[in-house]
Design a protein around this ligand. Sequence first.
Ligand code: GAR
Length: 238
Amino acid sequence: MTRPGDRLRVGVLVSGRGSNLQALLDASSRPGYPAEIVVVISDRERAAALDRARTAGVEALVVNPKDFADREAFDLALVSELNARRVGLVCTAGFMRILSAAFTNAFAGRAMNIHPSLLPAFPGLHAQRQALEHGARVSGCTVHFVDSGLDSGPIIAQAAVPVLAGDGVEALAARVLKAEHQVYPLALRLVAEGRARMENGRTVLNLAGASERASSALVAPDLRPLAENLEDLARFTP
Ligand code: GAR
């Protein structure tokens, strides 16, 4: 049973570097943050994210897909590890697997993901490369509830960044990642406080009483670098 004042118990699914996990760990270590990370699960043994979890004193587990007959069995093992730790909400953070209905039904409205594009543009792999190939002038990142599609659930928060002349995949990915690290902790706060929830396949937002900073962060987490970037862009304009 949860008591008033209890923090929401969060499990994070990862596959690699874990910089978004780090942003969530850092946020959850701040006083007053309404969520705590109680377990980090990786599908890859060598994920650097596991070390980040352990350094923060958070339990880190590997659930190896090779140990299971199929995707459903693997997903059910994830569900069972999360339930065993009374996880109320799951954040996927660079978890590079598509979750089946076995998982998404168990955590419907209680799982969120971050993706490095302004969805519904550029779902799937290599989102930043896709943005560059399409000549997008604006990209960014999206936090959304997880459903059984690929990067397709209802959107909770987005942050926009410019695509600058001369950008390669690395430069754009770094700019987007900086925004990810700001917007994911914000979105988790909104969900943990009940200000964002999924209802009938849509996100319902209640921002009454939220600070101006929190509200504007749903669009662009930090306007100053954006303005600086636009000045840089102006230098390329004939
Ligand atoms: C992040 O850019 C995240 O948005 C992306 O993988 C990276 C993980 O970095 N996720 C996806 O592309 C999922 N479709 P991290 O491990 O440092 O957080």
